[in-house]
Design a protein around this ligand. Structure first.
Ligand code: ATP
Length: 844
């Protein structure tokens, strides 16, 4: 028993000690792991690596200058040199430095030893920062490759030199190669390896400029398209030749020269705004101009000049644009598919490869961009403002003036204790006392603690479209649809992206500059977009305003199939066109859905990278801009029939690249209804006849106080900005459209989908013998593609859903396709087109 107990005790003890030991080991293990993982360890390692880098760098660089002096000592004593105190080395880092550098250079890898510095450097940075700033493994591979190739190359090129360019390694490989391949062979091998590396690394473009004719979308076997993004396709565009677009683009790019700031003049502090004057193609006279001036007006002793106003943030620079650089970057993430490798990226502008963008000399300078400011006028207005405010017991601390093209903004800082609401309440009285037309008081100026009084200039300057288009901001703009609207009071160019607006409502009484405004917008687009990228749908019930653009029908205009005129003047046709645009929108949404793209930009990007199959109906989608010159006329005659599609387009069309510009003379509530307003966040008002009209369009008064002739207020991005609209005269527009119209265009205008009025269609049911006029075409499309799908008909033939559905029913009853299979495509009962043609001949 006792023995038994003893045994038990013993075994328990031994088990216990074993467990304890295990536990101890584990604890030690965990601590070690923690230590390795501890961020402080990483930082310490990082610092050590960086110090090592520095050490090696100094030792190596010093070696470059001292190797001759130190070398024989190292040769003689080898590693003993480290411990011989009587030996004096020239290397900056003493005996160790000289020894290490000798080891790396002479016994090792020559000048490529610097790669080691680089490697320790990136190792150190990664450790210190705590994340992967550099890729270690990739750099390690490059380093090894570089060391072998370059040390060999150096040893080979500098053979016979005293300095160990390639080190022992380089010498060894180079000698072996020279014996094996001969001098010429080695040279070729080294050059080829180096070049191959560079090409692999940078993937240089060796393409010659494409000039020879080449089809835009040559038939591509289906399997060459990347299968990744779901069902795919494009309708081939008409012509397809090389591409001169880039040449033309650069031809119009202007290098801006920044105007120097001017010195203070007299007793006023004049701060010129730094606006780049137009250069190169702009006539010389224009160069001296282009600044707005802000003047700090003295108010006796207390006056201190206000700091120069910082240029306001660039509106609308955030865009949906297809930015080539961005595109490249995005695409580089994915390996190019087979189609891209074979044919390169799809280039929409190849359709009209010789198209030349209009040049700036087609536009007039209109007296330049010069802002005229009259010091007497400034002084008088200042005194008048101070006097008037004093009459109402309002004293001010500071007053400064910014002279714009049409109005001067006087900014006032009221004395302490003056309530802004008092000034606001006195708005009308102050305007009356200043007795000038077009005074607008902004109390306070949003984002500033000042009050603004805008007073019209006696001499107004015209804002020339030429200067605006020549500006750096426009020329370098990456916006999808850049529109140069005009200049702000501080003379900053107001250039925004219509695509981000995404629609624009314009109003203004007759003769106040609306037509000029529309022309300015259209001209901006024509200067920046290629015919393949932009289509305009122009609605002009007044029949005269937009007719000038008919010359560019085959380049930029879109129309309904079968129509003679591309510019729509008849109300009935407007209704059809708007509905056709809705169909186009729906079709585009279908395409986007199939392509798995969220918007036109993503879609076109995929198409350009040939990830969408043209044979399945996919095509490059141009932006479509609908311009309605007189909306009131339309609403009066067609009412809801016009309002509904416009509202639908305004609500939904943005993502598919359809944008609206709607202008009206009569901004009354029955024309600009709540539905319309809600969908047009960007609104532009020229002078209107009453405060009510101003409120209807802008939700605030002010537009009734404008002075006309292009003076306007724009409500955009939640801000209300006063602008002077750019001026472009009818003869200038004529010159531009003639310039474009004289060039080769597409065979016809861009066709919108056919819209058949449901009511008309119902009245015209096709009898059993009567077939839809598009029956045969539809049958061909179905047999060619071997897909019995209604949505395919919609897309390929640009049809509405109902008509496509009816066609499909007729095809079924004619025995060309099988019955409806729910979500699956119907069976196609004819396998070849020849069979179909024979059958159709029998049928009719
Ligand atoms: N931005 C501008 N700069 C200078 N002058 C302008 C500007 N815009 C318009 N004007 C002047 O105002 C005149 C009338 O302009 P516009 O024809 O654009 O008015 P409108 O509002 O379209 O008139 P309507 O509705 O009758 O067609 C022009 O002929 C021109 O002299």
């Amino acid at each position: 028993m006792a023995g038994n107990r003893l045994k038990t005790d013993n075994s328990t003890k031994s088990r216990k000690t074993g467990a304890e030991r295990l536990k101890k080991d584990k604890v030690a293990d965990v601590k070690m792991k923690d230590l390795v993982k501890d961020e402080r360890t990483h930082k310490v390692t990082g610092v050590l690596c960086l110090l090592l880098t520095l050490y090696l760098f100094i030792a190596f660089t010093s070696y470059l200058f001292t190797w001759q002096d130190d070398q024989d000592k190292v040769f003689r004593l080898s590693s003993d040199v480290l411990f011989r105190e009587d030996i004096q080395m020239e290397n900056l880092l003493g005996r160790l430095g000289a020894f290490v550098a000798h080891l790396f250079f002479y016994d090792g890898i020559g000048i490529t030893a610097y790669f080691c510095c680089w490697f320790f450097f990136i190792l150190g940075v990664n450790c210190i920062v705590g994340r992967r700033v550099f890729r270690i493994w990739r750099n390690f591979r490059y380093m090894l490759f570089g060391i072998v190739l370059l040390s060999t190359a150096f040893a080979f090129v500098f053979q016979g030199w005293q300095f160990p360019w390639g080190g022992a390694l380089g010498n060894m490989i180079s000698q072996w190669l020279s014996g094996f391949l001969g001098t010429l062979g080695t040279t070729l091998l080294l050059a080829a390896t180096g070049l191959a590396f560079l090409i692999w690394q940078f993937n240089f473009d060796f393409k010659l400029p494409r000039r020879s004719p080449r089809p835009v979308v040559p038939p591509v076997p289906e399997d060459t398209y990347a299968p990744a993004d779901g069902p795919q396709e494009v309708k081939p565009q008409p012509l397809g030749l090389g591409n001169l677009l880039k040449d033309d683009d650069t031809a119009t790019v202007i290098n801006p020269l920044h105007a120097p700031e001017t010195e203070p003049a007299g007793e006023m502090t004049l701060i010129e705004k730094d606006v780049p004057p137009p250069a190169a193609e702009t006539p010389a006279a224009e160069k001296e101009t282009g600044e707005s001036s802000r003047v700090d007006l003295p108010l006796g002793k207390e006056t201190t000049p206000l700091p120069a106003r910082r240029p306001a943030k660039e509106n609308g620079e955030v865009t949906l644009e297809i930015n080539p650089a961005h595109e490249e970057e995005k695409s580089s993430g994915r390996p190019p598919n087979k189609a891209v490798k074979e044919q390169g990226l799809y280039e929409p502008t190849l359709d009209l490869q010789d198209y030349r963008f209009p040049t700036l000399d087609l536009l007039e300078n209109h007296g330049g961009d010069k802002i005229i400011h009259d010091n007497n006028e400034l002084e008088n207005n200042k005194n008048q403002i101070i006097e008037t405010l004093r009459n109402y017991d309002i004293s001010i601390q500071k007053i400064s003036a910014t002279v714009g093209p049409t109005v001067t903004l006087y900014e006032i800082v009221p004395a302490a204790g003056v309530r802004i609401s008092r000034i606001r309440n006195l708005e009308d009285d102050i305007a009356l006392s200043l007795a000038a037309l077009g005074i607008r008081i902004i109390a306070p100026i949003p984002g500033k603690g000042t009050i603004g009084i805008e007073v019209p200039n006696v001499k107004k300057s015209i804002v020339s479209m030429q200067a605006l288009l020549a500006s750096e901001k426009f020329q370098n703009s990456k916006m999808s649809l850049p529109i140069a609207v005009g200049k702000k009071i501080d003379n900053e160019n107001f250039i925004v992206d219509l695509a981000t607006m995404p629609h624009l409502l314009m109003a203004g009484a007759t003769g106040q500059g609306k037509s000029v405004g529309i022309n300015a917008l259209l001209v901006s687009l024509l200067y920046k977009r290629h015919p393949s990228q932009l289509k305009l749908v122009l609605v002009d019930p007044k029949k005269v305003e937009l007719s000038i653009y008919r010359l560019i029908e085959k380049h930029f205009l879109a129309k309904l199939p079968g129509e003679e005129e591309a510019i729509i003047t008849d109300t009935k046709k407007v209704v059809h066109t708007l509905n056709a645009l809705c169909i186009e929108m729906d079709n585009r949404y279908d395409l986007l859905k199939e392509a798995g793209a969220r918007n036109i930009r993503e879609y076109n990007e995929k198409f350009i990278h040939r990830r969408l199959n043209p044979q399945k109906g996919h095509q490059y989608l141009p932006f479509i801009v609908l311009v309605v010159d007189e909306f009131a006329d339309l609403i009066m005659t067609a009412g809801k029939e016009v309002e509904m599609p416009i509202a639908r387009l305004a609500q939904l069309a943005r993502a598919v690249g359809i944008h609206l510009i709607i202008a009206t003379q009569r901004p009354s509530v029955n024309i600009i209804t709540g539905t319309i307003k809600a969908n047009f966040p960007a609104r532009m008002a020229f002078k209107v006849s009453s405060k009510v009209d101003s409120r209807t369009i802008l939700d605030i008064g002010g537009a009734e106080q404008l002075i006309g002739k292009g003076d306007m207020l724009i409500s955009y991005n939640g801000e209300l900005v006063r602008l002077q609209c750019a001026f472009v005269d009818t003869p200038e527009v004529e010159k531009i459209v003639e310039y474009i119209g004289a060039q080769q265009g597409y065979p016809e205008a861009f066709l919108l989908p056919e819209y058949v009025d449901e009511k008309e269609l119902e009245n015209r049911e096709f009898g059993s013998g009567e077939k839809d006029p598009l029956f045969e075409e539809a049958a061909r499309v179905i047999v060619q593609t071997q897909q019995g799908s209604t949505s395919l008909l919609q897309r390929r033939m640009k049809l509405g859903y109902n008509r496509a559905g009816r066609l499909m029913d007729q095809l079924e009853s004619a025995g060309i396709v099988g019955p409806n299979l729910g979500s699956k495509a119907r069976d196609v009962l004819f396998k070849t087109e020849t069979e179909l043609e024979e059958y159709l001949q029998q049928l009719f």
